[in-house]
Design a protein around this ligand. Structure first.
Ligand SMILES: NC(=O)c1ccc[n+]([C@@H]2O[C@H](COP(=O)([O-])OP(=O)(O)OC[C@H]3O[C@@H](n4cnc5c(N)ncnc54)[C@H](O)[C@@H]3O)[C@@H](O)[C@H]2O)c1
Length: 322
């Protein structure tokens, strides 16, 4: 199948492209950012400059490359989004409308969308299921709810085959893109780099997390699922829900002498406190056979050597992340 990925230069996109190509698909990458370097993206992957706030450009590209399926990842993430709500609205809400409209008018049959646990607000019964009241506390969450609802509308009104996952915080050996779950990865990154990390949350902070290989596999599997097996458009997917202190212990078990301390940042802690502790992903398991492969211990065992290799190969790139 020929596939386009938007926001493809980010943390999820590069891993997703590699996974989809491994499954035999022809994948085109696109992003507002320049083409990633050859060590991050195979030189044979076609790359297109695409700003999703420009609807006409999306439609022209879709007509030019004639893809059947789009994975729509382009977004401004939660912490960055609170610093610039206007840009977040334009990219996440306007960009998703533009993308759906361009897909409808150019004959793309299927769109896979990446939503988030940030669509939820505080006070929900745990673990949080798919069909509950959505009261997001951030512009990021508001725009992702709108993206889910728009996709649902395009499916009902125009028959566009729309599917979405609500991702937990994703962790991989790469620089994350300004999400509020980034403290988890920084424990590994700075643990390797300097032997110490000051987390911006309380030690008892608990949110759902997932190791990236599970995340990209979930996207690909939902994208390939038989439509008749899907009872809804948007699915929770879950893997594990450790406290920040439990992650710190897992990192300390794997990297000798690491010291992780906790100094909560009020803005980011408030966002974390508004998110669920744990997700109920029964519908994804029943409808399309979703099942995570990694828990916290398995992720730490695989991630630490990868982070070591990454930091060694790119010492300047990982010198500072704030
Ligand atoms: N990483 C996570 O923990 C996480 C959790 C839940 C949901 N998600 C969702 O998954 C998707 C991918 O996330 P990620 O972690 O790769 O984020 P990221 O920030 O690493 O990547 C997002 C990409 O979007 C691009 N982008 C920004 N503005 C754009 C525009 N106007 N036009 C085109 N591209 C633009 C950026 O250049 C970047 O490469 C996002 O939709 C995000 O909301 C991620």
């Amino acid at each position: 199948m020929r596939i386009l990925v938007t926001g493809a230069g980010g943390q999820v996109g590069l891993d997703l492209i590699a996974y989809l190509r491994g499954a035999g698909h022809e994948v085109h990458g696109s992003d507002i950012s320049p083409r990633p370097s050859a060590d991050a993206l195979d030189a044979s992957v076609p790359w297109h400059h695409l700003d999703v706030t420009k609807g006409e450009r999306i439609e022209a590209l879709l007509r030019e490359i004639e893809v059947e399926q789009v994975f729509h990842l382009a977004a401004i993430l939660s912490a960055r989004g609170e610093k610039n709500p206007g840009l977040t609205y334009a990219v996440n809400q306007g960009g998703t409308y533009n993308l759906l409209e361009a897909c409808r008018s150019s004959g793309v049959t299927r769109v896979v969308f990446t939503s988030t646990i940030a669509v939820y607000g505080p006070g929900l019964a745990e673990p949080v299921g798919d069909a509950v009241s959505l009261q997001p506390q951030t512009m990021y969450g508001v725009t992702k709810v709108a993206g889910e609802l728009l996709g649902d509308y395009y499916q009902r009104r125009y028959g566009l085959d729309f599917r979405a996952v609500r991702f937990p915080g994703l962790i991989s050996a790469s620089l994350p893109g300004g999400g509020t779950s980034d403290y988890a990865l920084f424990m590994y990154l700075d643990g390797v780099r300097t032997g110490a990390y000051e987390a911006f949350c309380r030690p008892d902070t608990r949110i759902p997390l997932m190791y990236m290989p599970d995340g990209v596999r979930a996207l690909a599997e939902l994208g390939a699922a038989d439509r008749s097996s899907l009872s809804r458009t948007v699915y929770n997917i879950a893997a594990f829900s450790p406290t920040a202190a439990e992650i710190a212990r897992s990192v300390a078990d794997a990297i000798e002498g690491v010291e992780i301390t906790f100094v909560p940042d009020p803005m980011r802690q408030a966002i974390l406190d508004s998110w669920p502790n744990a997700l109920d992903d029964t519908n994804a398991r029943n409808d399309w056979g979703w099942k995570p492969a990694f828990d916290l211990a398995a992720m730490t065992a695989e991630l630490v050597p990868q982070v070591r290799a990454l930091v060694k190969a790119n010492p300047e790139r990982f010198a500072s992340h704030e």
